[in-house]
Ligand binder design. Structure first.
Ligand code: IFL
Length: 457
């Protein structure tokens, strides 16, 4: 997607510059046709770049087996919120398994939602909790030491971190619409989607973006925008145009928001990539064309999609073995369609979330994972096969790393002060977490990491 980068690489090759130092001449940015031209970034060693339908780092392919680790910045916060010893130990464990890419929540908003994480990074519009920003500093430093890459999302369509509907309430002065209290998910989604077109909500959001993307790490002294540990800034977790029923009303505002926000982030961080955080067709009113339409802009460097067969009723939550084969078939088909579509658009794509329940729908870390293991194996096999074929799939992040987090609550629901697991507070702790004791699943992830790292250029 960045032809000028390719031209530059080609020119260097012709000039016999294969042994150029890692920091080489500036490459013009190609984003932001509709925005002020960006400063010309230096190509520095270690930044993930897009070349055609793949990622590279310093000219070498970058393919990854990653994890979702939404609470990484929380673990990095000082005592009272975080657990830095746990963070370091688990990063070591992940790295040893070959997992070198983590998708992390980088902004949360204080909301009063029943099932949102507490404390929040943004305590009120324009005010941030320095302890959690230090948590993000710590996480990035620790990941950098281990040569891992971070994908940082800057908002959430859902309520579990505050998210878009919190911005809507701030902007309008209206009461919060809490779906865990009302059960009205369609209404919640339509209300969240008002965020895209509310100038006041956008002003608060852009302040949050400036605060995070424009931050200088207090430990390393390195500006976040100059840190090759950050692979990509993601606009939000699972942004949708709205509900399946009425979301089409917000499509124009949604597409404009994606284009303009991505351009804004590129202006702040020209060396790093920008992605949307979309689920793909299932988060685009079930329509692959709408997904592609939203991702056409040159301000979006690559595509993302998510795969949730039990959330989408292709497989049973309480008995994942029962319809596993038909659910797998639908899942593999969903994967293929998205990889093909990304190839047509000429951008890489990442499966940024996928997960399945434990056997019998249990949340208990001691319960079995037979169906889940079969699911992980099948998904990874298809991703590997498509990578081997040179297709547009570039990596994946399973959902989600639960590490040593365990709940002792009888209802398995999270309460402020509890240890964090891979399941955010709106869901049972253990629903989709891959715990540090899940040796068979971890072995499958690790085997996939080895296989894709062994692929040649
Ligand atoms: O916890 C959910 C999260 O909000 C997400 N996607 C699906 C997860 C599991 O239901 O981003």
């Amino acid at each position: 997607m960045r032809p000028l980068h390719l031209l530059l690489s080609f020119a260097l090759l012709l000039a016999g510059c294969a042994s150029q130092p890692a920091v080489v001449a500036a490459a013009p940015a190609t984003h932001g046709a509709a925005h002020a031209p960006h400063a010309r970034p230096k190509m520095q060693s270690g930044f993930v770049q897009v070349e055609g339908t793949r990622f590279t780092i310093d000219g070498n392919p970058y393919r990854f087996a990653g994890a979702n680790f939404w609470y990484g910045a929380y673990l990095g916060a000082p005592d009272g919120i975080g657990d830095r010893a746990r963070l370091r130990a688990e990063l070591d464990q992940l790295k040893a398994a070959g997992i070198d890419n983590l998708r992390v929540l980088a902004m949360s908003e204080a909301s009063g939602f029943r099932r949102a994480v507490r404390p929040a990074i943004m305590t009120a519009p324009g005010t941030y909790d320095e302890r959690l920003l230090q948590g993000l500093d710590t996480l990035l430093v620790e990941m950098g030491k281990r040569d891992m890459k971070a994908v940082l999302y800057l908002n959430n369509f859902w309520q579990w971190s505050g998210g878009m509907s919190r911005y809507v309430a701030w902007a309008t002065g209206e009461p919060l619409s809490d779906p865990d209290a009302s059960g009205d998910w369609d209404g919640f989604m339509q209300n969240s989607a008002r965020f895209y077109a509310l100038p006041k909500a956008q002003a608060i959001y852009r302040d949050a973006i400036r605060t995070i993307v424009g931050r200088t790490n207090g430990i390393s002294g390195v500006a976040y925008a100059d840190d090759p540990t950050v692979m990509s800034w993601q606009l939000a977790n699972e942004p949708r145009p709205g509900s399946a029923k009425d979301g089409h009303l917000n499509l124009a505002a949604y597409d404009t928001w994606i284009d303009e926000t991505a351009g804004f982030i590129h202006g702040l961080a020209p060396k790093q990539l920008v992605s949307t955080g979309s689920e793909g067709a299932m988060g685009s009113l079930g329509d692959l064309d709408l997904f592609l339409q939203a991702h056409k802009t040159p301000n979006v460097d690559y595509l993302t999609f998510h795969l949730w067969p039990s959330n989408w009723s292709w497989i049973d939550h309480k008995d994942p073995a029962a319809r596993l084969e038909s659910g797998l078939k639908a899942s593999l088909d969903y994967i293929d369609k998205h990889i093909d579509a990304a190839g047509k658009l000429g951008k890489p794509i990442v499966l940024s979330e996928f997960g399945l329940n434990r056997d019998g729908g249990s949340y208990d870390a001691a319960s079995g994972t037979t169906a889940r293991d079969r699911f992980y194996r099948a998904i990874y096999a298809r991703l590997l096969q498509r990578m081997q074929a040179g297709d547009a799939i570039a990596g994946s992040n399973f959902w989600a790393w639960g590490g040593r987090g365990r709940t002792t609550n009888a209802d398995f629901m999270w309460k402020a002060g509890d240890p964090f697991t891979g399941d955010p507070p709106q869901e049972a702790q253990g629903l989709f977490s891959l715990f540090d004791s899940d040796a068979s699943t971890l072995g499958i992830v690790s085997g996939h990491a080895r296989a894709i790292h062994a692929l040649g250029p």
